[in-house]
Write a protein that binds this ligand. Structure first.
Ligand code: GAF
Length: 383
């Protein structure tokens, strides 16, 4: 968590509302492997990171809530009742979504002031949205003594995203952001919400994110469409979810679904198997094969699930002849954002220089880099 950020938001809050706020922090996440498996009730392997969103808040006697997004220098005021999604409301929908879903859950709120600030670049695929939702629900839970459990809070965050931001997301991001642990990733079963904490010790290697700085405006509808395809295939197979399917069953549908649907469903089944394999490899310290799995996942996301883009493919392909990089893949929902690279720490600097140059030549834009370490999940940092 960025201490300067915390100090900055506390000072701004004090200036604007003449009160000392409660501060809650929720991190973004990386995902080692298991992409688009969460809404198929499958397995994922994410970790919280040390970047995220800080929410500063206090109770007020005003008859309105006021929320300010410091990064954007934008504010919004709302009453607690009859909250509906705002057309093209962007960040505001995540805020009012969480507030509305807390109340739908049967918990009572009174008016409050809220200020939010974060250090996750938007559209980078590190889940700034889950960090935003979780920081708010976690903070309000404490401010109003709502007695929500962490499991209840992540479901509230997820519902806010479904019903107010319009993204039919799975539970991975909210879970990782809430339950993240230092130096460990979480092997999460998205059906039961049971997780095992797997220590991450990469020896001489490190996880480096390369941000393509691309964010696709149609990503949300493309995401929802894929989820709907997975549900349709499951229905045809008379199973609850693709988690329950094997490749043979999916291939049996060859005459009743399109080739696009077939390859997407196969991707999900195969990715689910890769997650289990990746955890074993990590535990055996077999980073070489783990890296190969990352490349396989990228290929699946690109060719079968069709959620990559030219820039992400370029960034992954660039690593392929470099012995210091054991594996790379696009990370998150897709259509932009970051690649995740498993790279030898001695080569990070040279790699960054060379890939930035090549990327700029190819796309006339900059890429950015973040070294990430698995960190602790949501918490109160001042009250
Ligand atoms: C986004 C979603 F929010 C997650 O639930 C998950 O589906 C991910 O894309 C893809 O694995 O981050």
């Amino acid at each position: 968590m960025n201490k300067e950020l915390a100090l900055h938001i506390a000072t701004e809050f004090q200036d604007q509302y003449h009160a000392t706020p409660l501060l809650s922090f929720a991190p973004g996440r990386i995902n080692i492997i298991g992409e688009h498996t969460d809404y198929n009730d499958g397995f994922v392997f994410p970790a919280a990171i040390d970047k995220g969103v800080i929410a500063a808040m206090n109770r007020t006697d005003n008859d309105l809530c006021t929320v300010t997004a410091l990064n954007l220098d934008e504010s919004h005021q709302f009453k607690l009742h009859q909250l509906s999604p705002i057309p093209n409301g962007g960040w505001k929908n995540y805020v009012i979504g969480v507030v509305a879903e807390i109340q739908k859950f049967g918990k009572e709120l009174s008016h409050f002031n809220l200020m939010i600030h974060g250090d996750i670049p938007q559209g980078s695929g590190m889940s700034s949205s889950a960090a935003l939702e979780n920081s708010i629900v976690f903070g309000l839970n404490s401010l109003f003594d709502l007695k929500l459990t962490k499991e209840e809070m992540i479901l509230i965050s997820q519902k806010a995203e479904h019903n107010y931001a319009g993204v039919q997301c799975g539970i991975m991001d909210q879970y990782a952001s809430m339950f993240g642990q230092k130096d460990a990733a979480l092997l999460l079963d998205c059906r039961t919400l049971e997780a095992s904490s797997i220590p991450i010790d990469l020896k001489d290697h490190t996880l480096l994110l390369v941000n393509s700085n691309v964010s696709h405006s149609l990503a949300d509808s493309a995401y929802n469409r894929r989820r709907a395809i997975c549900e349709r295939v499951s229905k045809l197979l008379s199973i609850r979810n693709l988690r329950d399917a094997n490749e043979e069953q999916v291939l049996g549908l060859i005459d009743s679904i399109t080739s696009e649907e077939l390859s997407m469903a196969l991707y999900v089944v195969q990715e689910n198997q890769r997650v289990q394999k990746a955890v074993e490899l990590l535990q055996e310290n077999n980073l070489n094969e783990l890296g190969q799995l990352l490349y396989q996942t990228h290929k699946g996301l690109k060719d079968q699930y069709q959620v990559s883009c030219e820039e992400l493919d370029f960034l992954v392909d660039f690593t392929k002849d470099r012995s210091s990089v054991l594996g790379a893949r696009m990370m998150g929902g897709g259509f932009g954002g970051c690649t995740l690279n498993l790279i030898h720490q001695d080569d990070v600097e040279a790699f960054e220089q060379e890939i930035s140059k090549a990327y700029k030549l190819a796309f006339l834009k900059e890429c950015a880099f973040y070294k990430v370490t698995p960190s602790k999940g949501a918490r109160i940092i001042a009250n």
